[in-house]
Every structure is written in C-alpha cells, then in structure tokens.
Design a protein around this ligand. Structure first.
Ligand code: HEM
Length: 205
C-alpha cells in the first residue's frame, strides 16, 4: 500500500472528543433505560445509582460537547460539514441508492473519501442534524431537568417539567437509533473494522 493512500482525517482533539462522547452516551443510554423502565425487565441498576450515573455522564458529555463545537469551528474540521444546497437532494439519493443496492452488487462508492471529502452526503447531513440539533436539545433539556426550578410551570396548562422530560426521552430514543445506524454504517468500508481503526488512530487507509 502506498503512502499516498493514507490520509490523516481525525486529529487528536476530535478523537478525544469522540471517545468521551461515545462512552458517555452509552452510559447515558443504559442508565436512561433503567430510569425510564425502572419497574420493568430493563432495570438492572438500582434507581439511585442509575440517577447518579446519568447525572455525572450527562454533565461530562455536555462539557465535552464544547470541545466538539469550538474544535469544529476553530481547528479546521468545519470544512467537512459545509452545506452545499445545489444538488444536495440528488447527492443524498445517490448515496442512499448505493447503501440500499449498489454496495450489494459490487458498485464503487459514489463519494470516495479524500482529503477534501471526509463524509459522504448522508453521513454529513446526519452528523449535522445530530450534532447541531439533537445533541444540543438533549443537553439543554437534561440541564433543565437537573435544575427544574429553571423550567416554566406550564405551557397551555401542560406541565413544563413533563414536556421537558418527554422531549428529553424522545431525543434520547432518536440518538439511540442514530447510534445503531452509525455503528452499522461505520462497518461499511474497505474492511468492517477499517473505520473503527481510523477513529482510534486518526488515519484513513
Ligand atoms: C460505541 C459508540 C460509537 C462508535 C463505535 C462510533 C464509531 C465511529 C467511527 C468508526 C467514526 C469514523 C467514521 C466516520 O467518520 O463516520 C465515527 C465518527 C463520528 N462519530 Fe461516532 N461512534 C460512536 C458513537 C458516536 C456518538 C454517540 C456520536 C454522536 C452523538 C457520534 C458522532 C460521530 C461524529 C459526528 C463523527 C464524525 C467526526 C468528524 O470526523 O468530524 N459517534 N464514529
């Protein structure tokens, strides 16, 4: 394999953010399921411990988010997230077709990874949605539930705390589904473990 094929895509700060985020979110999902179904079969951690785990991991993931936000803005990673509206739907459909049919019939990936393009269009827009909408929503609602005195009492006679808790749990569900898809999509590459190696070493082969 030539040196030319090796691209440095994940700088140290991004890998540190990603590792803390991945472990933190896994802990949040497990403890969150325990809290949500505290009387059912998904409850295998004692309620008090699940609350403590959830609070500590939530605060760590929230602080760590600042590393992603400012790192992305100032350390050169934002170029990979730039939105190009012209032809955007066409590119997304092309990539979706590849995931649905092309890759099973030996077609070449329509958007190969390069120094200029780290993500295919579907990855780019799903990361944008997750990192700039759903993660901020779960952080804001989580912090509000940690300090419930900051939540307004009612919205059209519905309890503000109930609405915040519902938004928090629904967003948690969406993030859990994202994580399953994210891990599956990460296995699509030159080999099933190639992308996992890249997010650990920084290098894409
Ligand atoms: C066990 C958990 C996880 C694993 C194994 C994992 C795996 C990976 C892998 C292999 C990559 C590199 C491939 C790529 O660039 O798409 C990656 C990148 C990424 N992951 Fe994850 N991930 C996990 C959790 C998460 C979570 C919870 C989030 C967000 C809530 C997330 C967001 C991202 C983002 C935004 C990138 C691209 C970062 C960049 O290069 O700018 N990941 N992940």
């Amino acid at each position: 394999m030539s040196i030319k094929e090796k691209i440095y895509l994940y700088p140290v700060w991004l890998r540190i953010w990603h590792a803390i985020n991945a472990i933190g979110i896994l802990i949040l999902i497990v403890s969150g399921l325990n809290l949500q179904f505290s009387k059912g079969s998904l409850s295998f951690i004692n309620f008090e411990s699940a609350i403590n785990m959830h609070n500590v991991a939530g605060v760590i993931v929230s602080i760590n988010y600042l590393l992603f936000f400012f790192g992305n803005m100032f350390l050169g990673n934002k170029k990979y997230y730039r939105i190009k509206p012209k032809g955007c739907t066409k590119r997304i459909v092309k990539q979706a077709k590849y995931y649905a049919f092309g890759m099973f019939t030996g077609q070449k990936t329509p958007f190969p990874i390069s120094e200029k393009r780290k993500f295919n269009p579907l990855q780019k827009y799903s990361y944008l949605l997750i990192m700039y909408i759903f993660v901020p929503v779960i952080i804001i609602t989580g912090l509000a539930l940690l300090f419930p005195e900051t939540i307004i009492e009612s919205v059209y006679s519905v309890s503000g705390i109930s609405l915040t808790a519902l938004t928090h749990a629904a967003t948690g569900f969406i993030l859990s589904i994202f994580l399953l898809i994210h891990i599956y999509v990460s296995t699509i590459g030159k080999s099933p473990i190639n992308n996992f190696k890249s997010i650990v070493t920084g290098w894409h082969y």
